[in-house]
Design a protein around this ligand. Structure first.
Ligand code: URA
Ligand code: SF4
Length: 213
């Protein structure tokens, strides 16, 4: 089965999943979006109000900010896969419970294995906790580390950065380091470097485009 077929099959399973209590109140499950061969996989927390309505990740206010952050890294949504640690909305946007996280982890693991991204970016503490337990996000954000066979970069959650202005420059700075970190990870894995193509000089001050896909 191709990675794409695997992701489609997982999305189907998720849409009828009843492995935890979150299925009772969900409108639409949110399996995640993106190409099966994405180099970068983002893992957020869980669907909010708008995501539950639409079935897609990061479509609300945090999603708008995420788009801005992606442009700091010279990528767009079409280049990256975006998933969450829980695929159904916790009522009232409460934190996901340990039993919900563990029930849903099987899907996330299967997605990671199908996509096999060069780097994983965790957004927020629940996603970070899956890979890097017992650290403070304020101490480690933006720093790439190897966890098992995976390269993981913990970052602040975009919603947190939206509401705490002091975090905004930090998360913007962290995203701008992503292209270099991606190449660092690729080099360590023996993959060729991705070439950055500069846009024409006279096109105002748009960021460089990443010539990778
Ligand atoms: N916040 C998340 O963590 N995930 C989403 O999909 C939307 C908001
Ligand atoms: Fe199933 Fe995950 Fe939804 Fe729980 S959150 S019902 S485990 S898909």
């Amino acid at each position: 089965m191709s990675a794409e077929e695997k992701l489609d099959q997982l999305a189907k399973e998720i849409s009828t999943c009843e492995k935890c209590a979150l299925h009772e109140s969900r409108k639409k499950s949110v399996p995640g979006d993106g190409p099966a061969n994405a180099e970068i996989m983002f893992i957020g927390e869980g669907p909010g109000f708008h995501e539950n309505e639409q079935g897609h990740p990061f479509v609300g206010a945090a999603g708008k900010f995420l788009d801005q952050l992606l442009s700091q890294a010279n990528v767009t949504r079409a280049d990256v896969f975006i998933a969450n640690v829980v695929k159904c909305r916790p009522p009232g946007n409460r934190d996901p419970l340990p039993e919900e996280l563990s029930a849903c982890d099987e899907y996330l693991e299967a997605q990671i294995n199908a996509i096999n991204p060069s780097i994983i970016v965790t957004l927020g503490r629940f996603s970070m906790g899956k890979f890097i337990p017992d650290v403070k996000i304020s101490a480690v954000h933006g720093q790439m580390r190897k966890v098992g066979e995976r390269y993981v970069i913990p970052m602040f959650h975009p919603a947190a950065a939206l509401h705490q202005p002091l975090l905004k420059p930090a998360i913007l700075g962290d995203f701008s380091k992503l292209p270099d970190q991606l190449n660092e990870a690729r080099e360590a894995m023996g993959k060729p470097k991705i070439v950055f193509k500069k846009k024409e000089e006279n096109v105002d001050d748009k960021p460089q485009q990443l010539n990778m896909f």
